[in-house]
Ligand binder design. Structure first.
Ligand SMILES: Cc1cc2nc3c(=O)[nH]c(=O)nc-3n(C[C@H](O)[C@H](O)[C@H](O)COP(=O)(O)OP(=O)(O)OC[C@H]3O[C@@H](n4cnc5c(N)ncnc54)[C@H](O)[C@@H]3O)c2cc1C
Length: 637
C-alpha cells in the first residue's frame, strides 16, 4: 500500500530502477531521505514533479506519454528513466536525482537487493560500554551565557573548544547533529548516513554532478572519516603563505600546531595493515614500479581487521581518535558545555561586534547563547552559510574547493569484499612526478552496498543488479583530485546552503590522467576487467596495452564534468579563506572575519587553496592556532 501520490510515483520508478531487487520498503525510505534535503526549494520542486508525473498532462510533458506514472509497469518505468538519462537537461536532472536515491534506499538497508550482494551487514551488536559525555539537549527556549560560543564540534570545532576551555575560558559548543557513542553505532549503513552524515548524504553541487559528503554529529567529520592523517605538505604551506600573505604558514607556527595535534591524536604509521582493497592497490603499484606508501592514521589500538571497514559509521572500539574521544572529552573536563541538536541560524551582533549565536534546537525551540566571541567551525559548506545568513558578504562563500574524487573499478577473480578491512592504509603520489603539485593521488575507500549502488552507473535494472551481485569481487583505485578551480556557497531563501562548483578544464585533464593511470594499476594488480564510473559503460580487458590506451582515450573523450561520471567530495575547503587582503579573503590572519569583529573561523573554510592531501590535520592545526590567538586576546581584555 502506498499512502501518497509522490510515494506511488516513487514506487513505480523504484520498481523500474531496481527490477527484481525492488522491495516495498524502498519508496517510503526514498521519501524519508528526500525530506532531509538541505534546500526546501529543491525538495518541494522534486515533490512537485513527482505529483505532476501522476497526472496525464505532467506525464506527457516529462515522459512523452500521457499515462500517470504510478500505474506504469516496472518495464515502462525503467524505459522512462533510461530516456531521462539521455534526454534534455531537466530530464537528466530527474534521472540523476532519483536513480541514486532509489539505489541507496534499496541497498543501504537489509532487504532482497542487499542480501544478494553477499554483504554481511553489521558484524554483531554494538559494545555495551558507557557513554563518556553528557551533552545538553535543551527542551524549550533557553538562553546561555559564556566567554566563547563554538559552532560545530568536528575537526576544527573540537580542537578550538578544548584549547579555549584549557585556557580557562567558559565555552559553549553548539552541534547540530546528535551524540552517538560507541554503544550507539548500529553499523547499519543507511541508519549511519541518516544519523551521522550531513543532510543524510543528500547534498550535491547544484548541477547534481558531485555528491558532497560530510559528517554531522558530535565530533563532526572526525567520527565518520577514514583516519588518514597527513600533515600539510611544506609545498602547500608555501603556496598558502604566498596566496594569503599569512606568514604563519611558513614561519614554523602552523608546523608547530600540526605537530601538537598529531601528537594528541597519536598519529602513527604502525597501525596501517592493509585490507584486501589496499593490498590490491599496493600490488598494482609495485608491479608498475610506482610510488606506494603507508598512510599515517590517528588511531590507538586499532584492530586493523575486517570489522574496521564499518568504522566509517563510527568506530566501536574507540581506537579512532575522533574529536569525540579526544578534544571534546578534554573540553568537557575543563568545563565546556556541549549542546547537541542545536542548529546555529545566525550570529548575533551588537555595537558592530559578534556577541553570540541564535540557534534552533531539535525540538524546534530557540536557543540564544551570549558570548564575548563567536567561533564558526561548522565546516566549509555550513560556516559560509551561517555567515551569509548573518548578513556578511565580501569573499564569504567564494573559493570553495572540493577535492573531487572518482575511481577506476576492477573485477577480480578472488573475493575482495571492499567494505571490510582497515579504512585506508596505502596511497600513491606517483602522478606528482608527471603532473606536479595538482596531480591526483590514489587511495581506496571502504565501499558498502548503499554507496556502491549509488556510485556504480545505472544503465538498466538488470545491468546494475548484475554489477551489484558481483560487488564482492570488485575493487577500486580512488582518484582524489586537487582542484585548482573554485566553487561558491550561497544560501537559499530558507537559509540552507547551495553549492555551485564546476570542474575546470585543467582539473578535468588531470582527472582523466588519474583515471587512466588508476586503470593501469588495477590491470597490473590482476583485474580481469576494468571500468570507469561514467554513465556510459567504458571498460577494457587487461592484457593488451592497446585496449588500455583505447579505454583511457574513451574516458577522456567522454569527459568528467556535468554529471558524466560519478564524483564524490569528502573534503570541502576554502569557502571563508584566510588572508591579509579583504578583496581575496574572508578572514584575517588572526582568524577574525574582515567584516565583523569578534567572529572567528576555525575550520576547513580557512584554507587558501585545496590542501591536496586529506585535510583533517590541517583543519585541526588551524583551529589550534585560532584558539590560541583568541584565548590570548580574551585574556588581555
Ligand atoms: C566519509 C569521510 C571520510 C573522510 N576521511 C578523511 C580522512 O581519512 N582523512 C582526512 O584528513 N579527512 C577525511 N575526511 C574529511 C575530514 O573529516 C574533514 O575535512 C574535516 O572533518 C573537516 O573539519 P571541519 O571542522 O571543517 O568540519 P566537520 O568536521 O565536518 O565539522 C563540522 C560540524 O559542524 C556541524 N554543523 C554544521 N552546521 C551547523 C550549524 N548551523 N550549527 C551547529 N552545528 C553545525 C556539523 O554537524 C559538523 O558536526 C573525511 C570526510 C568524510 C565525510
Amino acid at each position: 500500500m502506498t499512502s501518497s501520490r509522490p510515494e506511488a510515483v516513487l514506487a513505480a520508478l523504484a520498481a523500474g530502477i531496481l527490477g527484481e531487487a525492488y522491495d516495498p520498503a524502498v519508496p517510503g525510505r526514498m521519501l524519508d531521505i528526500l525530506g532531509r534535503t538541505a534546500s526546501r526549494r529543491d525538495r518541494d520542486q522534486l515533490l512537485g514533479l513527482l505529483r505532476a508525473l501522476d497526472t496525464r498532462a505532467g506525464a506527457l510533458l516529462l515522459t512523452g506519454r500521457p499515462a500517470p506514472l504510478s500505474g506504469a509497469s516496472a518495464a515502462a518505468a525503467e524505459a522512462v528513466v533510461q530516456r531521462w538519462a539521455k534526454g534534455l537537461a531537466p530530464q537528466r536532472r530527474l534521472a540523476a536525482a532519483l536513480g541514486p536515491l532509489a539505489l541507496l534506499a534499496a541497498y543501504a538497508w537489509p532487504g532482497p537487493a542487499r542480501d544478494a550482494t553477499g554483504y554481511p551487514g553489521p558484524l554483531g551488536p554494538a559494545p555495551d560500554v558507557p557513554r563518556r559525555l553528557a551533552p545538553l539537549r535543551p527542551e524549550g527556549d533557553q538562553e546561555l551565557t559564556c566567554d566563547v560560543v563554538v559552532v560545530g564540534s568536528g575537526a576544527g570545532g573540537g580542537v578550538a573548544a578544548a584549547e579555549l576551555a584549557r585556557a580557562g575560558l567558559d565555552v559553549v559548543v553548539l552541534e547540530k547533529g546528535g551524540y552517538l557513542a560507541e554503544r550507539d553505532f548500529s553499523h547499519q549503513e543507511g541508519d549511519a548516513y541518516r544519523d551521522l552524515y550531513l543532510y543524510a548524504m543528500t547534498l550535491t553541487t547544484d548541477d547534481l554532478a558531485c555528491r558532497i559528503v560530510a559528517g554531522s554529529a558530535l565530533g563532526g567529520g572526525t567520527v565518520v572519516n577514514y583516519s588518514t592523517s597527513f600533515a600539510t605538505p611544506p609545498a602547500v604551506l608555501a603556496e598558502w603563505a604566498a596566496t594569503s600573505g599569512v606568514e604563519a604558514f611558513v614561519s614554523g607556527e602552523v608546523e608547530a600546531a600540526l605537530e601538537a595535534v598529531a601528537a594528541r591524536l597519536g598519529v602513527t604509521q604502525d597501525q596501517s595493515r592493509p585490507g584486501a582493497r589496499d593490498r590490491l592497490l599496493e600490488r598494482g603499484l609495485a608491479r608498475l614500479g610506482w610510488h606506494a606508501g603507508p598512510l599515517p592514521r590517528n588511531v590507538r589500538g586499532c584492530p586493523q581487521d575486517a570489522g574496521c571497514g564499518w568504522c566509517a559509521f563510527g568506530c566501536r572500539t574507540g581506537a579512532k581518535q575522533s574529536t569525540m574521544v579526544t578534544y571534546l572529552e578534554e573540553a568537557a573536563a575543563a568545563g565546556a558545555r556541549l549542546v547537541v541538536g542545536a542548529d546555529a541560524r545566525r550570529v548575533l551582533v551588537a555595537g558592530g561586534r559578534a556577541v553570540g549565536v541564535e540557534a534552533r534546537t531539535a525540538s524546534g525551540h530557540r536557543l540564544v547563547v551570549r558570548a564575548r566571541a563567536v567561533v564558526a567551525a561548522a565546516g566549509a559548506v555550513e560556516t559560509p552559510a551561517l555567515l551569509l545568513r548573518s548578513g556578511l558578504g565580501g569573499q564569504v562563500g567564494h573559493h570553495l574547493r572540493l577535492h573531487p574524487g572518482t575511481a577506476a573499478m576492477g573485477v577480480f577473480d578472488e573475493p575482495v569484499r571492499w567494505w571490510e578491512g582497515t579504512l585506508q592504509a596505502r596511497w600513491s603520489a606517483q602522478l606528482r612526478d608527471r603532473l606536479g603539485p595538482y596531480a591526483p593521488v590514489f587511495e581506496t575507500v571502504p565501499v558498502h552496498p548503499g554507496l556502491a549502488a549509488a556510485a556504480l552507473p545505472w544503465r538498466s535494472a538488470a545491468d546494475h543488479r548484475a554489477l551489484m551481485r558481483r560487488s564482492a569481487n570488485l575493487s577500486l583505485v580512488g582518484v582524489l583530485c586537487r582542484d585548482s578551480g573554485a566553487g561558491r556557497v550561497r544560501v537559499d531563501r530558507d537559509g540552507s546552503p547551495r553549492v555551485r562548483w564546476r570542474l575546470n578544464a585543467a582539473d578535468e585533464a588531470r582527472m582523466a590522467e588519474g583515471v587512466a593511470a588508476a586503470g593501469e594499476v588495477l590491470a597490473a594488480a590482476g583485474a580481469s576487467e576494468v571500468f570507469s564510473l561514467h554513465r556510459r559503460r567504458l571498460a577494457f580487458r587487461p592484457g593488451d596495452p592497446a585496449a588500455h590506451r583505447a579505454w583511457a582515450e574513451a574516458t577522456r573523450r567522454a569527459g568528467f564534468g556535468g554529471g558524466r561520471v560519478t564524483l564524490v567530495s569528502y573534503h570541502q575547503m576554502g569557502s571563508c579563506r584566510i588572508g591579509t587582503d579583504p578583496s581575496t579573503s574572508a578572514v584575517g590572519p588572526d582568524h577574525q572575519t574582515h567584516e565583523l569583529a569578534g567572529l572567528y573561523v576555525a575550520d576547513a573554510s580557512l584554507f587558501p587553496t585545496a590542501s591536496g592531501v586529506n585535510p583533517m590535520l590541517s583543519v585541526m592545526a588551524l583551529a589550534h592556532r585560532a584558539a590560541r590567538l583568541l584565548a590570548a586576546r580574551l585574556a588581555r581584555r
